[in-house]
Ligand binder design. Structure first.
Ligand SMILES: Nc1ncnc2c1ncn2[C@@H]1O[C@H](COP(=O)(O)OP(=O)(O)O)[C@@H](O)[C@H]1O
Ligand SMILES: [Mg+2]
Length: 208
């Protein structure tokens, strides 16, 4: 799905070779500051390497039209933005921004259940806890129906039990739809339970 060759980004990342398969759940682990977020941003073409090539489906990211690429690949940032309004508004905004057809409340309720968020759609988001906002943000991007999901520490604000529940259902959802999942996590436990492939980044390099 992705291939990196001799990729350098500032003095932050230096990756000679990395291949990420589309049909395997990939977990990216590493210490804080090792370059995990930077790697996701490169895959999503939010930033471009100073040297080397990144391929997505056999074409370099340079060749991909950015808008077309972002329709296929979506990234959940480490601190997702919440908009004013209620849970429904916040679930639908991703679809609105990417000009995709909106969905009915039934579908939104299914997604809330999937991310283990037991709230009504009319609830204002300003009252939600950090962990609840995090789950809402996961639900929002799942609705986008992209091919590849890049999640940056999606469960960092959740307690262990909820973390496992949410990861379980996200993984199941992604697998059932034959999509690709790449998750950055600092939890080795999450990486070993869910990662079919684990990539460790150490000081900007892939640890082998
Ligand atoms: N735009 C930037 N300019 C300069 N340094 C950056 C930039 N973004 C991140 N960094 C630095 O690069 C290193 C890796 O950051 P990051 O990819 O966010 O690490 P991680 O997600 O693994 O914690 C850190 O030392 C960070 O301070
Ligand atoms: Mg990070």
């Amino acid at each position: 799905m992705f291939k990196l060759e001799f990729v350098k980004y500032k003095n932050i990342l230096d990756i000679d070779y990395l291949e990420i398969q589309g049909d395997k759940i990939t977990c990216i682990v590493g210490e804080s500051g090792s370059g995990k977020t930077t790697l996701l941003r490169l895959l999503n073409k939010l930033i471009s390497p100073d040297k080397g090539e990144i391929y997505f489906m056999e074409r370099t990211l340079k060749e991909w039209d950015t808008i077309e690429l972002r329709r296929r690949i979506t990234m959940l940032p480490q601190n997702p933005i919440m908009f004013n309004g209620n849970i429904r508004d916040n679930l639908l905004i991703g679809l609105k921004l990417s000009e995709k057809p909106l969905v009915k409340d039934e579908k939104l309720k299914e997604i809330l259940e999937l991310v283990n968020l037991n709230k009504v759609l009319d609830e204002p988001t300003q009252n939600l806890s950090g962990g609840e906002k995090q789950r809402l943000a996961i639900g929002r991007i799942l609705l986008l129906d992209c091919d590849v999901y890049l999640l940056d520490e999606p469960t960092s604000a959740l307690d262990e039990g909820t973390e496992v529940k949410v990861m379980n259902s996200v993984v199941e959802y992604i697998k059932s739809k034959n999509k690709t999942l790449i998750v950055v996590t600092h939890s080795k436990r999450i990486a070993s339970s869910f990662g079919e492939k684990v990539v460790e980044i150490f000081d900007g390099k892939v640890k082998v």
